[in-house]
Design a binder for this molecule. Sequence first.
Ligand SMILES: *Cc1c(COP(=O)(O)O)cnc(C)c1O
Length: 492
Amino acid sequence: MKFTSTRNDKIEVTGCEAVVKGLSEEGGLFVPAFFPVITSEDMARLSDMDYAERASFIIAKYLDDLPDLNKYTQKAYERFDGDPTPVTVLGEGLAILELWHGPTHAFKDVALTLLPYLLTGSKKVVGKSERTLILVATSGDTGKAALEGFKDVEGTDVIVFYPSDGVSNLQKLQMMTQSGDNVCVCAVTGNFDDAQSAVKKVFTDEQVKERLKSKNFALSSANSINFGRLVPQVAYYFSAYLDLLNGGEIKEGEKINFVVPTGNFGNILAGYYAMKMGLPVNKLICASNDNNVLTEFIQTGRYDTHRSFHKTSSPSMDILISSNLERLLFELSGRDCELTAKRMESLAKTGAYEIEGDELSLLQKHFYAEWADEEEVSDEIGELFDETGYIMDTHTAVALNVYDKYIADTDDETFTVVLSTASPYKFVSAVLDAIGEKVPKSDADALALLEEVTALDLPRSLSELPTLKKRFTSVIDKDEIKDFVLDYIAKQ
Ligand SMILES: *Cc1c(COP(=O)(O)O)cnc(C)c1O
């Protein structure tokens, strides 16, 4: 499979090259030349496979130049606690797909336990011997998942930047206490968009490029702008469908909906890719929190970042610039790279762009969007817990609330899967508060209380966090990110 760029379709690279490079040199994102189709015979074969085998089968359709994929997915998904992506039926026509049973308890693990293997394997294929420096801007969960995935992986280093006040206490603790000799973490004042924009700039900075070269380093990304980070996520859409089919919840070929709590648009884009590959999807329902820029875009066609940034109880979705939307725009425009480039330029310069006509109709044909405010999120957690005993995190609650709104709006009876993206323990204060418990001051007490009042086991990797040494405590301004990276390189 060849890959091209959303901003220049003259560019042609292999899957392995796309993974190694991360971002195309003119700033565009790598996209596959076409969408490989999963046939009904393929579905029948996938049906009997375990998750690692299914993932390997789907990913191989894109990264067909990478050997040993099956071995890699086995190794990555061994790190999960039981079934990596279990589907739980919640009620009539409704199921939850839990994606947080990996080492850091957020859905980012599905991709980031595997990405180190994809990257190391791709480097071999491409014939690169240089070290890879992975730069990550995180809204909370990507950072930790990248650190866990890449720690002590030979030939790689990771630097993670997170917004100092934009992540939960537990998320911060997870990153500050990270082990490993090739990792580094730094807080940045400002919000996630500030950090992400500053990190993106480093990627195209000439001085950084030169210094890296002199030390035999190359930059790469673990954000969902990297195709190697995106493609493992396509697999669980197929896997969830097959599980529901095997469980007799749906019939072969029956279309279903997916509700996705959305930030950078990576997760829901993977659902769109699954649909393009032939998965029977009715609607992809895009759920946002108070930062509802995507709701407005999908409802009106206008993407406008001129709005206040809200800090919410679902911080991994506190994003105004959703990078992966670029890949969708490319498809909606009929793969027009010039138009896509123009829109991205407009976004960078004016903070807005607009689509209309056929493109907007196509968008609305496949996507539905709504958002939930803080009170609705909290109520949603409390109500579901009271009614069923099922405890969910704040991000998942955004999705479930939006699903309620979708039903009220459309009366659609299509079977629906809500993607659950984080363990409730990662957002323990908000979750305790939502179920009417007084939130203890210390993190350790809060975690213990949530375990006491729910049926969900507290993972050891979270319960031990408050006792670990904080290794990384620096806080810098976003303008200092480049120098921070240069310093890191100089020390290697
Ligand atoms: C990253 C994240 C999201 C948003 O996913 P995107 O792919 O960025 O849209 C939602 N929930 C949680 C818990 C996350 O960590």
